[in-house]
Design a protein around this ligand. Structure first.
Ligand code: DX5
Ligand code: ZN
Length: 229
């Protein structure tokens, strides 16, 4: 099977028991911690900053877990946050091009701090932002909901957008992950994979169920089916 990554979004975790709940999702088979940073400015919600990332990173390492943290910045300005999250243990840092005045500079800054860099596209953000920066990307994140909240429904036009980005990645020859975020569930993950995604964020689908492993196992079997179709 293709190398698929499942990234539980801790936006839907129990914030009063964040470390414990994150470990539970990773021990249940999650590959990557998806960490949503919202500032009540770029998006109408407020979540976590670098200090929480740092504590969580330490908590995971103390628990013997060496899985990456994927920091999704929905905040502006972007550049001042990059070194802080790099220091706080982020492996991936992604940001929205509309939130940075100098997209190329922000991407370079992420790389200079030793992290994997990515651009995030809201459902209405044009793909032309990719035109001159493919060589600086480790991941492209397509949002299939408008950013700000967990538990929203997948916007179907994202499937076509995924196919377009998959073509751009394959044509570029670069090893760039194609990540999807928003409304990913057991019953749609197969068609999302078939459209070209290889990294799947899921918040409410995982944390909204009592048995995280059951959900993640079902997602993996849907992914296996989709790639054998
Ligand atoms: C939304 C966040 C997502 C969110 C997804 O702005 O970027 O990561 O947690 O939640 P679900 O999977 O519930 O749609
Ligand atoms: Zn996210």
């Amino acid at each position: 099977m293709k190398d698929f990554l499942i990234a539980p979004s801790i936006l839907s975790a129990d914030f009063a028991r964040l470390g414990e709940d994150t470990v539970k999702a990773l021990q249940a088979g999650g590959d990557v911690v998806h960490f949503d940073v919202m500032d009540n400015h770029y998006v109408p919600n407020l979540t976590m900053g670098p200090n929480i990332c740092q504590s969580l990173h330490k908590y995971l390492r103390d628990a013997g877990i060496d899985k990456p943290i994927d920091v999704h910045l929905m905040a502006m300005p972007v550049d001042s946050l990059i070194p802080q999250f790099a220091q706080a243990g982020a492996t991936y840092i992604t940001f929205h091009p509309e939130a940075s005045l100098h997209v190329d500079r922000s991407l370079q800054l992420i790389k200079e701090h030793g992290c994997k860099a990515g651009l995030v596209f809201t459902p209405a953000t044009p793909l032309s932002y990719l035109d001159y920066v493919m060589d600086k990307l480790d991941v492209i994140l397509l949002m299939s909901v408008n950013p700000g909240f967990g538990g929203q429904s997948f916007i179907p036009s994202t499937l076509d957008k995924l196919r377009q980005v998959r073509q751009r990645i394959d044509a570029s020859g670069y090893a760039i992950r194609l990540e999807i975020d928003g409304g990913v569930k057991v019953d749609n993950i197969g068609e999302i994979a078939a459209a070209g995604a290889d990294m799947f964020v899921a918040g409410s689908a995982i944390f909204g169920q009592p048995d995280y492993r059951a959900v993640i196992d079902k997602m993996r079997s849907e992914l296996a089916k989709a790639t054998h179709a």
